[in-house]
Design a protein around this ligand. Sequence first.
Ligand code: NAP
Length: 298
Amino acid sequence: MTARSSGPMFDKLALIGIGLIGGSIALDARKRGLANKIVAATRSAETAATANRLKLADHCGTDLAAACQDADLVIVCTPVGACGAAAQAIAPVLKPGCIVSDVGSVKQAVIADMAPHIPKGVHFVPAHPVAGTEYSGPEAAILDLFQDRWCILTPLPDGDPAAADRLEAFWKALGSEVNRLDPANHDRILAITSHLPHLIAYTIVGTADDLGGHLNSEVLKYAAGGFRDFTRIASSDPTMWRDVFLNNREAVLEVLQRFQEDLFYLQRAIRWGEGDKLFELFNRTREIRRALIHLHQA
Ligand code: NAP
């Protein structure tokens, strides 16, 4: 894919957290010349040193507030459970007119945690790029991660429309398709499309591991039969996913309840040899996969 030459949209971009998502934003923003200066800050000196060695940003340190001094766009790229504390730490230095955003996989909880710290005159526009891999940390950062992927903005009802438009233009310049959703709707949709599948993967791999002994090694040996795909998802970052489940509790528990009912339906169909029920469902789900391929989201 070729970069869009849209010119600098912001003088200074600050990234709080420089792992897979923060690092990839830095690489993409630099490649496309979207900011004159890209500065990052992270929690540990070790991660900062790795980010500096990889030259992800112009500089990465451990002082969150210092990184945001004079920034025009700040994107908080930490696990969702750390977003509130990050907003509190950077709040005193944010200049009027600055846009603050995030990339959290959960929106309602992040908004509740961050919004109270955002000073008057600073524009908070929450966002979630629906793109990623199972890898984490600065070494996982890759170019073009967001190309042709969705980025969902969940602007606040009383927020500045011009700030939301600028952030939308930024994500479009990174190659994303942008859509806007109400935060509660975002959390419900992501609970079924992302959070539940991760929970299922963690469960299956955990169950296989619990089988123990001889069976356990046979499972690994013959992993190609579907299990392998679950191990990939279940290797996703434990901190990030712990925070997702704790912060999207209600929506996840609701879809989990539905899922358990559907699982019992299948369990019963298998027990009573009701092949038509299995066949009907498997046909329906195959169509969903075809629709995804058609939408280029497979
Ligand atoms: P990651 O690779 O693990 O990077 C997280 C970054 O946040 C690291 O730089 C880490 O710093 C920093 N951090 C952690 N706790 C912190 C704290 N208390 N204060 C300051 N910095 C802290 O994670 P990621 O995959 O980029 O995910 C970041 C965010 O993007 C999460 O909110 C996640 O929900 C969202 N997201 C992830 C994906 C995905 O597929 N991974 C997709 C879309 C959105 P240290 O290493 O120094 O601790």
